[in-house]
Unconditional design. Structure first.
Length: 321
């Protein structure tokens, strides 16, 4: 039985040798069970020697396959490309930096073999070694998104998981461009088993995620899976309009019935209200803009990634391909 392991790589020249060694150990460990492997490295437009490292591995090892992107398209696109290229009956996605311990894979394989689940996914139970502010916002984000969307995204869930072919095909059928895989994995359903592990720090190199990149990723996640913010804007608009209406009645009663004419002292409150409403309008427009912008990008129907090269490039191919 063939198992595909997909590794998205962006500037990972230092980690790849470690990972490759671990993958080879894994292959030896599972060979007696009749498992064979293909290692698919997706080079996401790295600017270092990642490409050369991958090509070198491929030249030595027939199980190594690769897809090179024409530029950096992001990890989401890299995972999609890997899934598309995969041929295995079981497919796993793991990071190049060994933060997704390959040593968990045998256990994952056993779970699928014994038909306990269709997806075995890893979950970090600690965020040790991560900046405190990042952990804090990450936790908030999972709380917030889970309150808004219909499927549950587990806190600490990683992209690291082993899936059956049927799940992979389901994920590939979700072909939106702004991909938020953690949501897509949950959205396609199937029986998921969680394996918990403590956080592992990357073996070499450094993280590609700045705080700003993570923030944008969080917004993408929310906008991709729920229109709740739009509803929030509606509710905020409705409540402030109602408040304004009550305020109007109050002044009407004061002026017309009680005949109190001291309108000038009301100037600061007026200013406050104008600013408040102005802010709400801008916010609602911003929220609207997020959705319209995404709709615009989706309607263009551009491909998720552009392939520059793969392991078949340069080889002689049959005339019809
Ligand atoms: N990655 C990628 N494209 C990117 C950024 C990251 O393919 O634009 C890959 C990266 O090489 C690694 C994985 O995604 O294999 C996770 O990235 P990283 O370790 O930087 O993220 P972290 O573990 O810090 O969340
Ligand atoms: Mg990492």
């Amino acid at each position: 039985m063939l198992i595909s392991l997909i590794v998205p790589c962006y500037n990972e020249e230092q980690s790849l040798p470690f990972l490759y060694k671990a993958l080879c150990d894994l292959r030896n460990e599972l060979a007696p069970d009749g498992k064979s492997f293909e290692f698919i490295f997706v080079n996401d437009g790295s600017t270092d020697k990642t490409k050369d490292v991958i090509k070198y591995m491929a030249s030595k090892d027939g199980d190594v396959r690769y897809v090179f992107f024409s530029r950096n398209f992001g990890k989401e696109a890299a995972m999609y490309a890997g899934l598309e290229a995969s041929r295995g009956e079981y497919v796993a996605i793991l990071d190049a930096d060994m933060q997704d311990p390959p040593s968990l894979i045998p256990e994952m394989v056993r779970s699928l073999d014994s038909d306990e689940a269709d997806i075995v996914a890893a979950r970090r139970v600690t965020r040790k070694g991560e900046p405190i502010i990042r952990s804090f916002f990450a936790r908030r984000f999972y709380k917030l998104i889970n309150r808004m969307i219909e499927v549950e995204i587990a806190d600490g869930a990683r992209d690291f998981r082993l899936m059956r072919r049927i799940v992979v095909d389901a994920i590939l059928s979700v072909s939106e461009r702004q991909r938020f895989s953690k949501g897509i994995f949950a959205w396609v359903g199937f029986r998921t088993k969680w394996i918990e592990h403590v956080n592992v720090e990357r073996v070499a190199g450094e993280t590609k995620w700045s705080f700003w990149k993570l923030f944008k990723y969080a917004i993408d996640g929310i906008v991709a899976f729920t229109t709740a913010p739009l509803r929030l804007a509606t509710i905020a608009g409705f409540s402030s309009a109602s408040a304004a209406f009550l305020y109007m009645i109050y002044y009407f009663i004061r002026a017309v019935i009680l005949r109190i004419y001291d309108t000038v002292p009301g100037y600061p409150s007026l200013l406050c209200f104008i600013l408040f409403i102005g802010g709400l309008i801008l916010m609602a427009l911003g929220v609207l803009g997020e959705y319209i912008g995404r709709t615009y990008i989706e309607t263009k129907g551009r491909p998720i990634y552009i392939k520059a090269e793969d392991e078949n490039s340069g080889r002689t191919t049959s005339p019809d391909t």
